[in-house]
Design a protein around this ligand. Structure first.
Ligand SMILES: [Zn+2]
Length: 509
């Protein structure tokens, strides 16, 4: 059984996770790395598996737009954003016009990608949970139980906290920063705070001190819970029953363990069903969005069709690393081949699990992919006059990606170009090779298809005592100035007949 179907069965059979509410989240602190898509797809699959079992399930995605900026991505001008370090992302201006703020800009960019690959969660902005007053109840619960929260932190991290440590991060009423404040007291109504000049290395606090309410109103967000405590509180406030995370958060003593303790010992809420998933690496490296290196999610839309991006993640078991390196010459062509195999499994009902992978990789209705292999298509897009064949084979959608692959990732030996004049390489042809070109020319006035013509070329060479290699080399050297190329039968038929005749004649002189 496909893993997400197993998870759905487990969730349903346990009877403990109703109503079915699946959630995932992300801080939009910069261009989102492709790795974050895995979490989205993993949760989407569990959600869809629940729906497929006839269950009424919900899927939400929380953008933590209230987290502070603690680093400036390398692709942004430091001098413009430096003054915002330590402030919540929603109060920082957008790097480009047309968006309300910084968090919205990067969240929308990421949303464009996940909508394109068929994930349709309802978006929740973390700030709204606060300003709508939904968090106020749990904030009071947490602050009232500060001693217990302190104990949980101390047990998990084996480190002593002082009695004036409180689990709340106030937005400084004076300078607006959150990274710089400490809350040192709670009287049941107000917190005592100070904004410290030297609390963090990346920015300075303003030195303000005072007592204010930690509760947000619709006009003003007062502050936030520390992330791990907030994770648990968010489960309770939204009503989430299914939410996992990447394996770093799910490891023993990690964020998920702490959030679970908060659920049990502080806010009395059942811990949601959690799927832990492995890394999504690009070329063997895990990269953070703030560093801006590696492939960002938005870049993926340029190199793969949406259903292939989805397939890339659906087909790998959740506990197995995905290592995707588009610069490896075989990576993308192999992915297309595998996708076609999965399609076969689906339409011929030959392999149940693989068929389910194909089904869950679809965006909207189930579409049969083209039959022509991607590697062939990458040759066709380099030939003239093959538009009609491309159209006939229904390759339209894939053409764009074949062109991108040739341009960005194809090794030199898989790139070719019809030479404008007779290439120097053709001067070394043997007499027999020259002869074979003449004989091929003689066949050009007949009607051929690529496959049959390929066989005919081989036979002509054989009749003259040439090996296949010698025959085809003569063609490639004359047309491409190289020793190798795509299937010669197709290549020749893609060209203007008179052009080929003339070229072969010139080479035979
Ligand atoms: Zn301040």
């Amino acid at each position: 059984m496909f893993w997400a179907d197993k998870v759905a069965s487990e969730i349903i059979d346990s009877g403990r996770y109703t109503p079915y509410w699946v959630d995932d989240m992300k801080t939009p602190s910069g261009r989102v790395h492709i790795g974050a898509l895995r979490g989205l797809v993993v949760h989407d699959l569990v959600y869809k598996a629940l729906i497929d079992r006839g269950k009424d399930a919900k899927y939400t995605y929380v953008f933590d737009n209230h987290d502070p900026m603690d680093d400036i991505p390398t692709y942004l001008p430091r001098e413009k954003f430096e003054k915002y370090l330590g402030m919540p992302l929603f109060s920082i201006p957008s790097p480009e016009p047309g968006f309300d703020n910084y968090a919205e800009f990067y969240a929308k960019e990421f949303e464009k990608v996940f909508r394109a690959i068929g994930c349709e969660p309802e978006i929740i902005w973390a700030k709204d949970l606060y300003t709508k007053g939904l968090m106020n109840g749990v904030i009071k619960e947490v602050l009232d139980n500060s001693a217990e929260v302190r104990k949980i932190y101390e047990e998990m991290y084996d480190k002593k906290l002082t009695d004036n440590w409180y689990p709340f991060q106030l937005f400084c009423p004076e300078c607006g920063k959150v990274s710089t404040t400490n809350v040192t007291g709670w009287d049941g109504k107000e917190v005592t705070y100070e904004c410290l000049p030297d609390k963090v290395p990346f920015t300075k606090g303003c030195g303000a001190k005072g007592k204010v309410s930690p509760f947000s109103t619709k006009d003003k967000m007062a502050g936030k819970l520390p992330w791990k405590v907030e994770w648990a509180c968010k489960w309770k406030v939204i009503g989430i029953t299914v939410e996992g995370a990447g394996k770093d958060h799910m490891s023993k003593g990690g964020s998920h363990d702490l959030a679970s303790e908060i659920c049990k010992r502080v806010i009395n809420y059942p811990v949601p069903y959690a799927v832990s998933y492995e890394w999504f690496l690009i070329g063997g490296r895990k990269m953070s969005s703030s560093k801006g290196v590696g492939t960002s999610a938005i870049d993926m839309l340029e190199i793969l069709p949406p259903e292939l991006i989805r397939f890339l993640m659906v087909r790998i078991k959740v506990n197995t690393q995905i290592n995707f390196d588009p610069t490896e010459p075989a990576t993308i062509p192999n992915l297309f081949d595998d996708y076609q195999k999965a399609s076969e499994a689906y339409f011929e009902k030959s392999n149940e699990d693989l068929a389910r992978v194909f089904e869950l990789s679809q965006i909207g209705e189930i579409k049969k992919p083209p039959l022509v292999r991607f590697s062939i298509l990458t040759q066709w897009v380099q030939m003239p006059n093959v538009e009609e064949e491309i159209k006939k084979q229904g390759l339209g959608e894939w053409v764009k990606y074949a062109k991108v692959w040739v341009e960005r990732f194809a090794p030199e030996d898989q790139k070719f170009e019809i030479q404008k004049g007779l290439p120097d390489a053709s001067k070394d042809l043997t007499d027999m090779q020259k002869k074979v070109l003449g004989k091929i020319s003689d066949e050009l006035d007949k009607k051929w298809n690529g496959e049959d013509f390929q066989v005919r070329i081989y036979d002509i060479g054989k009749e003259l005592g040439l090996t296949g290699k010698e025959t085809f080399q003569a063609i490639y050297q004359t047309l491409l100035g190289k020793d190798h190329g795509p299937k010669a039968g197709f290549l020749i038929l893609s060209l203007d007949k008179e052009f080929v005749k003339k070229r072969f004649q010139d080479a035979s002189k």
